[in-house]
Design a protein around this ligand. Structure first.
Ligand code: NAP
Length: 245
């Protein structure tokens, strides 16, 4: 069976590695990063041209199943993929790692939008450690003192009191702790991405008693089938391919 994996995450790469033994797998990346980590096997890069473009692509390529293993905050592609799969009548499953949950020693404030996160962060001590990626950094330009960490630079001039760190995870708790101590961080702002690769900043914030502004995940389109592990996704692909045979 031909499987499309919408990727850009570690889960998508794990699925490509695992499924290519039995299926014809195509991984798709948006093409946002200058130097992306490529999955094993066939890869296509760039947008499809909205839900309509993706519907046409699914039909042309005779895709038997779609795994949307994009980042939980990649709302645009997930909305399009769900709509396209419905029209093309292609089974689709979303694979999103479980969200992080606060422990008893954590001080988390939840925000629904980046603007809310900025307003909440402004109530705490600065500098703000901003780890929400480069695309939404503009929502925080009202903050005077920010240490922003991104993979690629944003491509626009940051305000004077901002310090930019370009680095790709995973990070160790000891490294995150050292960074937060070095910059005397007052509050951490992050999206609830989940997963282990970038969890260390939360462990370090807990150890240092630094509050966290946690941006909630966007909701999935109503009625979308979703799992939280690659193992469950592999089982689903097996079941779909059995039905087709
Ligand atoms: P987005 O806002 O959900 O998508 C915007 C547009 O980018 C989509 O409509 C689509 O263009 C294209 N696109 C996105 N993902 C694609 C994919 N895997 N393959 C082909 N086209 C894709 O996306 P985003 O939040 O910028 O994220 C882009 C990619 O980075 C995603 O694949 C995601 O897994 C990865 N990523 C995102 C985050 C995050 O925090 N958002 C973090 C880590 C990794 P068309 O309409 O032209 O098809």
């Amino acid at each position: 069976m031909r499987v499309l994996i919408l990727g850009g995450t570690g889960e998508a790469r794990a699925l490509a590695r695992r499924l290519q033994e039995e299926h014809e797998v195509v991984s798709s990346l948006a093409g946002r990063l200058a130097d992306p980590v490529l999955p094993d096997g066939k890869v296509r890069i760039g947008g499809f041209g909205g839900a309509e473009g993706l519907t046409a692509w699914l039909r042309e390529q005779r895709i038997g199943a779609v795994l949307d293993a994009t980042h939980p905050f990649a709302q645009g592609i997930t909305t399009n993929a769900v709509a396209a799969a419905r029209v093309a009548r292609t089974p689709l499953l979303v694979v999103h790692r479980p969200p992080w949950l606060p422990g008893r020693e954590d001080t988390w404030e939840a925000a629904d939008t980046m603007d809310d996160a900025c307003a909440l962060a402004a109530r705490f001590g600065q500098p703000v450690f901003l780890t929400i990626g480069r695309q939404e950094m503009r929502s925080f330009t009202a903050l005077r003192s920010v240490v922003a960490r991104v993979i690629d630079p944003p491509g626009w001039e940051l305000p004077g009191g901002w310090h930019l760190i370009t680095q790709r995870g995973p990070f160790r708790t000891s490294e995150e702790r050292a960074l937060m101590e070095h910059f005397c961080i007052g509050v951490l702002v992050t999206k609830n991405s989940g997963g282990e690769q970038t969890y260390a900043k939360l462990a370090a914030a807990r150890e240092l008693g630094i509050p966290v502004v946690m941006v909630r995940r966007p909701a999935l389109p109503l009625g979308t089938a979703a799992v939280s592990s690659t193992r469950a996704a592999v089982r689903w692909v097996k079941a779909v391919s059995r039905e087709i045979c």
